[in-house]
Every structure is written in C-alpha cells, then in structure tokens.
Unconditional design. Structure first.
Length: 551
C-alpha cells in the first residue's frame, strides 16, 4: 500500500502530467494542488512530484482550545434547499449542520469530509467514492451510500428550477430526460458508491466541494434545513433572522464524527457599508469579518486586527442580459451595443477606482491566468470613439442605459467608474443603487448590472456555470451553440495544454460577442481579532465553523 494517495492506490497518471505542467510554469501552485488532490493524491505526494517543499500542517487545521463563542460579520441571507443556494453565505450558515463530501482547503488541495477517499480511472470516466465510516445523521440514522446516491441523483435533476448542481454535473445528465443517465450511479456496498460517466469529466470532485453541494438526508432532499434541522454536522441552527443574525450552537443530542471546537457561532449582519463594519469592529461587536475591501483593508490593519489575503480567480462582471426587455425592446440583443459598452471602458481604471488597485486587470472573458487552461489573447482595446460609432450604427446612441449595483463600497464604486467612462464616450447612463437586502432577489434579471463571482478551480467550470446556454446561473442570457459544443469538448480534456487550444476559442467567442465587461481579478482579504484560529480568507468565501476556534 502507498501513502501517496488517499485511497492506497498508485498515483493517478494525470497527476504526473500536472506536475510537469506546473514545473513548466503552465499552472499555478494552487491549481496544481487542486487538480492533483482531486485525483486522489495526498498533498505531501503532490508537493514531492512538483518539487515543492513538503507541506507543514495546514494553517486551516490548527487545533483551537475547546469551547467559547465566535462572532462573524456576514450577510445573513434567507435559506432555501441547498441545490438552490446561489451565495456562499448560505452555505456558511448551514455548514455546521449540512456537510460536504469534500472541501477545498486554503492551499488549493481537496480534503475528504463525508468521503474517506475516492478513486478515478485513467480517463476520468469512472469514480469510486468511499464513505467515511461511523458517520450518523443527528436523527440517529446511519449515513450510507444510499444517501450519497440520492443526493447525486437530485443534483442532476434539471427539472428543479435554479438547480445549479445540474450544470456542475452535466456529464451525468441525460439530455433527453433532464435527469441522471440511467446506470450512471450505483451503490456498491453500504459505504461505497460507483459512478460511470458517459464522457470524461475532470471537474466532479471540485463540484462536490462547491457550496450548493451540501449533503442532505435522502428522505429530506428538496427541503430547507430550517424546516427539519437534520444533518451530520456538530451544530444546530438556534436562531435565524434574515438581515440581522443567525446563531449556531453545538447540538447536545448528536455525537459528531469529527472535531468541532466552539460551543456557539453567531453570524451578525451589519449591512453593506464597510464603514459600519469597521465601527462595529472598533466597538468589539464581532471577531471575524467576512470580507475586507478596498481602502478598508488598511483601516482594519490600523486597528490591530490580523490580516489574511489570497490571490484568486474571484471577480466582478458588468454584464448585460441579452433577453431583457426595456420599454418594449431588447437593447442588449444587439452585439454592436454590447461591444460598444466594452470598448468605452478601460478596465485598469475600474480596478484602481473600484477596488483600490488590489487585484489584477482582467480581459473580458472570465478565465484567469490562475486557471491552468488560460489562453493569452491579444490585448484589449479601449476605443471610446469606436464605441460611440457602434452605438450610433445600432440606432442606440440616444438610449439611456440603467447600470444597477448593490449599495456597498467596491461594487458601487466599480459601477460608478464604469458609468463615468461610458458617459465620457458620449453614451447616456443612469445609475441605480439597490439596497443589499433586495439586490440579490433579482440578481439574474437586471438588464445591465454589476455582479461578483467566486473563483473556481478550472476555467471550464466557470463557463459551465455562467455561460452555457442552459446554465441555471446564466445571468447574461448568452446562448451560442458553437460555444456550448466547444465547452463540452474542453471539459473532457485532462491535459491543460490541449484544453488551452479549446479555451482560446471559447475566450475569443465570449469577447467577440461582448458578453461581459470583466474589469479585474480580486485579491481577497479578511481580518480577525487576535487569537482567532482557522478563519483565514478562503478563495471561495467559505467559512467552516467546525475548524474555527480560539487559541
């Protein structure tokens, strides 16, 4: 038996290929760790193959003392059934009750949670999932393979409106029925599930770690955890007031399978104004902030809180909705209008004015240089005169664009800077700012709006979630058959270099179609009161309360 893998089997051959690509500078360290561990390599083995120093005990796994209360500043959103979660805050609120098969760690590696291990065949068409033994639901039932099969089947159900998991697991979905391919998932024994995919898919394990993939009891799938409270986690939700607070406390009636340190976690919603959050920090009203942004990073530094930061593929997009009706017309169905908006904006200006320069300029195609399959395209053009000409050619020069944003700091500032540049190009723009309490209710429907996106491990994951024609989160209403076909091909290619050829074409299509203005990639920051452990900033905005505690 080898200790190089979590399953005791030899290292997957693709891991060695990924190591060569990493050493050749074709992917980042974090992306290499994500891809290698997704195929079952241990973090230590991955580092050895890549020529990296052996990892010390991960910083997100420090051992806190037992007991105590921790207060976290975060938006307290309404919960719904997990397949419909569309913001990380929802997963964070329920994570103490509803756990995940795997989790993504701060170093980019994947760690088993409800799974003990997994195996992947050479071409990523067969997965064998081994469940962690001894796990129970807090109602006393055993956690078994039947639960995992039921969840995977439910995740693949495209008939459930808003189910973004069906997009993530598209390789398992029958296009004719809109449900899981017959025979694709099966119980091998009480603690083993076997998946047989009709096509290769390298994104399954990362998809299992995303926040809508919370694992539910097989008899309660489709329900809100607030209505029943059944989960495998160590906590229960004791209080939940949207926009105010949510309280999780250790469940005295449940013997948890793992480690959990705190007695109580309070999520407190101070609204979207960072100045109000800083004031609450100075008044010692909370211990962990969710997101330090822009100039407020330095403010939190100045009051003595400890900073963590991470370079990510998280971003903000200024997007049109191509199907949106405005006064009886569809202004953004015309590619000339969309391209004009792109040409009028200098992304570097938006990074500086919108996010205080804390990130990297992006290229209007939503694939990051951190993604292993990123393809470098010719530089963007900033051409206000051409923008005006295209808008006039489209007969839309007199049209007033309403640019909508939330009422926070960095997204509002980014929208303001965008609107100013559009006006400088001779385009008419109205700014509308919507309170955070209501902005997210219709985030996919606004004709022209600023919306942020979490980073994903692979560029193809982003495209599958946001730009595939039938994707649940396709807020642009972009529909392109050539794009969809190329994406399906790209998702089946394990080699980053080969996939990059497809990605170059995909990126170019997205840019040529003027689908988004994507100004910058965000560096993410979080501050904590001294003494807080394991709350470092996560690339996907996750907070796992089982790891949190006090030194």
């Amino acid at each position: 038996m080898t200790t190089d893998t979590i399953n005791g089997k030899p290292v997957h051959p693709a891991v060695r290929m990924f190591a060569r690509e990493f050493r050749a500078g074709e992917m980042s360290r974090r992306e290499f760790m994500a891809r290698a561990t997704a195929l079952g390599a241990t973090a230590a083995a991955a580092c050895t193959l890549a020529g990296l120093p052996s990892p010390a005990r991960a910083q997100d796994m420090a051992t806190p003392k037992k007991g105590g209360t921790l207060r976290i500043q975060m938006d307290v959103l309404a919960l719904k059934e997990p397949r419909l979660y569309d913001f990380s805050q929802m997963g964070n609120l329920s994570r103490g009750v509803l756990e995940y098969l795997v989790e993504l760690r701060h170093d980019g590696s994947f760690r088993p949670v409800l799974l003990e291990s997994w195996e992947v065949n050479g071409n990523a068409t067969e997965y064998r999932l081994k469940l962690r033994p001894g796990v129970k639901w807090n109602n006393g039932d055993d956690f078994t393979a039947a639960d995992v099969v039921a969840n995977i089947e439910a995740w693949c159900d495209t008939k459930v409106e808003g189910n973004s998991m069906a997009t993530r697991l598209a390789s398992l979905v029958d296009a004719q029925t809109g449900r899981i391919v017959e025979g694709a998932v099966a119980v091998e024994d009480a603690l083993t599930v076997r998946l047989k995919l009709p096509v290769s898919d390298i994104t399954l394990i990362p998809s299992f770690a995303d926040y809508p993939a919370a694992v539910q009891h097989r008899d309660l799938i489709g329900q809100n955890v607030l209505d029943h409270g059944v989960g495998t986690g160590a906590y229960r939700i004791a209080e939940h007031q949207v926009g105010v607070t949510a309280v999780l406390e250790r469940n005295p009636d449940h013997t948890y399978w793992g480690d959990a340190y705190l007695d109580r976690v309070e999520f407190i919603d101070f609204g979207t104004d960072p100045a109000a959050t800083v004031a609450a920090a100075e008044a010692e009203e909370f211990d962990v902030n969710y997101d330090s942004v822009g100039d407020f990073v330095d403010v939190f530094d100045a009051i003595g809180w400890e900073r963590s930061e991470i370079v990510t593929a998280s971003t903000v997009v200024i997007r049109t909705n191509q199907k949106a009706q405005v006064n009886g017309r569809q202004p953004y169905a015309d590619v000339r209008v969309r391209r004009a908006l792109q040409l009028a904006v200098d992304n570097a200006v938006l990074l500086e004015l919108g996010y205080a320069g804390r990130g990297e300029v992006a290229e209007n195609h939503h694939v990051s240089p951190l993604h292993p399959e990123y393809a470098q395209l010719p530089p963007l053009k900033h051409d206000p005169a051409e923008a005006r000409r295209l808008m006039e050619e489209a007969g839309m020069l007199d049209f007033e664009h309403e640019l909508i944003s939330i009422d926070d700091d960095w997204r509002r500032n980014t929208a303001d800077a965008c609107a100013a540049q559009l006006r400088d190009a001779g385009l008419r723009v109205k700014r509308t700012i919507i309170p955070g309490t209501s902005f997210w209710n219709d985030w996919q429907k606004y004709p022209f709006a600023v919306v942020n996106w979490n980073g994903r491990e692979l560029g193809v994951q982003v495209y599958a979630l946001a730009y595939r024609s039938d994707a649940a989160w396709n807020e642009t209403a972009f529909a392109n058959a050539q794009f969809d076909a190329l994406l399906t091909e790209a998702m089946a290619i394990a080699d980053a270099g080969s996939r990059r050829e497809k990605m170059a074409r995909l990126q170019q299509i997205l840019r040529d179609e003027g689908v988004i203005i994507q100004p910058y990639w965000r560096s993410l920051y979080r501050h904590v009161r001294p003494g807080v452990l394991n709350a470092d900033r996560h690339q996907k905005d996750e907070i796992n309360i089982h790891h949190l505690g006090w030194a």
